[in-house]
Write a protein that binds this ligand. Structure first.
Ligand SMILES: Nc1ncnc2c1ncn2[C@@H]1O[C@H](COP(=O)(O)OP(=O)(O)OP(=O)(O)O)[C@@H](O)[C@H]1O
Ligand SMILES: [Mg+2]
Length: 784
């Protein structure tokens, strides 16, 4: 957009959409004029990355710290060429990812002509040695390759960072045929192409982000060993791909991040669902030159049983598909949940430790400043992080309106229209699928580890660090301080990325915001500096997503509820890919039910989204079960270790047990009595005590505050029992199926019956939940 022709109002609107504060925008427009690029630069750079504004032609302009501005494309290409020249791969053509002399290490062969027992492992070993500097496959990689050699489809479910990519890269080397990889993000494809080229394997990517028109034709002519394609492009290229299969041969279709196929997954992409065309169009019955169907290999790190079934069905994978399932357990990740309002008022307490690790005194010279602002709101005047108060305790009930986004709950609103109306009111610069996929799917946003160690070093490193499994070893492992490495803070809204980055910079932390609304040049720079270890903390929305393969990330912090446990585990999985201890901390408001983020989803999908959110809430509320166990069991794994011995729950030990039969009966009777008066034939209640008053009718379901008020009136001894305590109890009853939140499943008559049942309740675990602050309330465990 040409900033000079843009009105101030447009600039303001656009920049609010990027997540900037109104006051910052106004200030920037005053200084830089009503131009989006200038205003954005002003905010991002003027107080952050060194050179302050330079007067130029009467207007102030920013000069970049490293180099003058060039077009994104120029910068990207030169970066890639730099990289190409720095390794001994054969001379590249001037096109991204193009190797005119693809290295075909073995004569093309038909895998089916080989005896499976033949020495393929030895051949693979030699190829890996040559390309990656190591020679041993992991067991799951071996299994996936065996399936491919037997012409079978394969679904690979393996933890984040475990090495799934190798499963589809080796077939290209082994067979000399082309491997087609379907991947959801251009940035991810780009990253992988760069790495492959560095390892002397020719690769390219096709799709909207490919700037060179000739690459597609070359790829369809069999010039590259590995061709990355986004699903939309595959659908367009069926015929050329068929020709490629008949001329050069296609060894395999790999569908990476395959959870995108399923609408029960956390990253549903409709085009992935249409990939069943692969089976239809590349079968032996369709292409006469084929003896076997071209195998499909589907890979993901986050798929529940339901998602897996959906994948197999949607892609029309064969009935004999090999499912290669490895443990989802990441034994070096230390999971923790901390209660926080996750509002600006909590930053001081919550980021105290982070600032102690990454912050520095404020006598900085220009080059050390990142994103620093003059704005002093919410921060003490002292420049020393140690001056931050550690006792930001709040009452659980005084913070209900403080959440970053308003509550929108389809279970309350009951229909999509209400939801959408709510959405209008509540969009607080959220990311949505469209932002993530369109804005980040841009070749200008590169996502590569540009300054990596020589490849074999990387491999050796990840191989040698194997966290101890036995309790004694693990306790020693736990006591080790975290090694150095960057942190990623995930937040739900764009606005929050800027706010927190700005806050951290005030304490000398080298932090930067990342959200899909920010200019591509900024995003690219953040990627680069993150990979170069120049940046210490990235404050990001989900847009900083899949494809981040950086080995030394030491902390993943979620500041606010994630939208699903799948998304949470995948994002957390970016930590500790070197096998060393890493922290995954979720800060969430345990006193408030999380709410759905608005997005363009059908009602069905929203219901599913609500269920996924509830799973997150249960994970957060849990105080008795090992967190790693909850996470891996969520994906259907039988967690053989029982405990990780690292997470906060394992460290803090099991809670005390208490008998709550009496209280449970009283709560049920109170709900029953209220609902009977209001002709509700069920045992439901409304847990949202701040639900908007306009939604309230006379015959409303009781909300928890009303119920607790009634209980207090009737029972003196509960006068001082806090609402949070009752909420915990309500949640146990809900999990147990005794009460429902606003649904009409159970019937009033059941209330009495349920009270009888409850008299057979076992004692429940409960303990003070908020150990690290002054709260005395008790909370309840969901997993009982
Ligand atoms: N056989 C192996 N031996 C040692 N290390 C390996 C092996 N295979 C892969 N790795 C390591 O695993 C790292 C991650 O690989 P890759 O990007 O394929 O992970 P992934 O499973 O696709 O993760 P994600 O689910 O996050 O995409 C690589 O950078 C490499 O260091
Ligand atoms: Mg991967």
């Amino acid at each position: 957009m040409d900033g000079n022709n843009t009105s101030s109002a447009q600039v303001i609107a656009e920049m609010i959409g990027m997540g900037f504060d109104y006051t910052d925008i106004m200030e920037a427009i005053k200084v830089a004029g009503p131009s989006i690029p200038s205003a954005v630069e002003h905010i991002l750079n003027s107080t952050a990355r060194t050179p302050k504004l330079h007067a130029h032609n009467g207007r102030k302009k920013t000069v970049l710290r490293k180099q003058p501005f060039r077009s994104c494309r120029q910068v990207r290409q030169s970066k890639i060429f730099d990289h190409f020249h720095s390794n001994d791969a054969k001379e590249e053509s001037p096109q991204m990812g193009v190797d005119p002399n693809p290295i075909v290490l073995s004569e093309p062969f038909e895998a089916q002509d080989l005896d499976i027992a033949y020495d393929w492992e030895q051949r693979v070993s030699l190829l890996m040695q040559k390309h990656f500097g190591f020679s041993s496959l992991k067991t799951f990689q071996k299994e996936a390759l065996s399936a491919w050699l037997a012409h079978k489809d394969c679904l690979v479910l393996a933890a984040t960072g475990s090495g799934k990519s190798l499963c589809f890269q080796i077939p290209a080397l082994l067979s000399g045929k082309v491997v087609v990889v379907i991947s959801p993000l251009i940035s991810l494809m780009h990253d992988q192409c760069l790495k492959l080229t560095r390892h002397g394997i020719s690769a390219c990517f096709l799709g909207s982000g490919q700037p060179d028109d000739t690459v597609e034709q070359k790829a369809m002519g069999g010039l590259y060993s590995i061709v990355y394609i986004c699903p939309e492009t595959v659908l367009r290229l069926i015929e050329p791909l068929q020709k490629l299969a008949e001329s050069h041969g296609i060894a395999l279709f790999a569908i990476d991040e395959v959870h995108c196929v399923s609408k029960w997954g956390h990253d549903f992409r409709p085009d992935y669902r249409r990939l069943s065309v692969l089976r239809e169009n590349f079968s032996a019955s369709k292409l006469k030159s084929l003896k076997f169907d071209i195998p499909l290999m589907a890979l993901t790190a986050t798929a529940t049983k339901r998602v897996r079934e959906d994948i197999l069905k949607s892609l029309h994978m064969s009935k004999e598909t090999n499912v290669v399932l490895t443990s989802f357990f990441r034994s070096n990740l230390r999971f923790m949940v901390k209660h926080s309002r996750t509002s600006q008022a909590s930053y001081a307490k919550d980021f105290h430790e982070l600032i102690q690790v990454y912050g520095r005194k404020q006598n900085m010279t220009g080059n050390e400043k990142y994103f620093i602002s003059d704005d002093s709101d919410h921060v003490s005047n002292s420049s020393d992080a140690s001056s931050i108060s550690d006792t930001d305790s709040v009452s659980p009930d005084d913070n209900q309106d403080d959440y970053a986004y308003k509550d929108i709950n389809i279970m309350h609103s009951g229909n999509t229209d209400d939801f959408l109306t709510g959405r209008e009111l509540s969009v607080d610069f959220l990311e949505n699928d469209v932002d993530v996929f369109q804005s980040v799917d841009n070749s200008d946003v590169t996502c590569g580890e540009f300054c990596v160690q020589p490849a074999h070093k990387e491999w050796e490193l990840s191989e040698t660090i194997d966290p101890p499994k036995k309790p004694e070893g693990r306790l020693k492992f736990l006591k080790k301080p975290l090694e150095q490495g960057p942190a990623i803070i995930y937040v739900p809204t764009r606005k929050e990325t800027l706010r927190i980055a700005k806050y951290l910079c005030k304490f000398g932390v080298k932090a930067a915001a990342y959200n899909a609304g920010l200019p591509k040049l900024h995003l690219r720079r953040v990627h680069e500096e993150f990979h170069e270890n120049t940046l210490e903390v990235i404050v990001a929305t989900i847009a900083f997503g899949m494809g981040i393969d950086k080995s030394n990330v030491r902390r993943i912090i979620h500041y606010g509820w994630p939208q699903s446990l799948e998304a949470y585990y995948q994002e957390a999985g970016r930590a500790g890919r070197d096998g060393k201890l890493a922290d995954c901390i979720l800060y969430a408001n345990l006193a408030n039910k999380p709410s759905l983020l608005p997005s363009r989803k059908s009602e069905d999908q929203m219901k599913q989204a609500y269920i996924m959110l509830s799973d997150c809430f249960r994970y957060g509320m849990n105080t008795s079960c090992c967190r790693a166990k909850i996470l891996v069991e969520y994906f259907g794994e039988d967690f053989s270790h029982q405990k990780c011995l690292l997470c906060d729950v394992c460290i803090d030990g099991p809670p005390q047990r208490q008998n709550v039969k009496e209280e449970a009966c009283i709560l049920l009777q109170t709900i029953g009595a209220h609902n009977e008066c209001n002709n509700y034939l069920d045992c439901s209640y409304d847990d949202d005590i701040h639900f908007h008053s306009k939604h309230r009718g006379l015959r409303e379901r009781p909300n928890l505050q009303i119920l607790v008020g009634k209980i207090r009136q009737q029972f003196q001894k509960f006068l001082t029992t806090d609402i949070l305590w009752w909420r915990g109890l309500a949640r146990i009853l809900e999990v147990k199926g005794y009460i429902g939140e606003g649904d009409d499943k159970s019937c009033a008559a059941e209330c009495a019956f349920l009270c009888d049942l409850i008299s057979s309740f076992p004692p429940y675990n409960c303990r003070p939940m908020f150990r690290q602050n002054t709260w005395s309330q008790q909370n309840w465990d969901w997993n009982l």
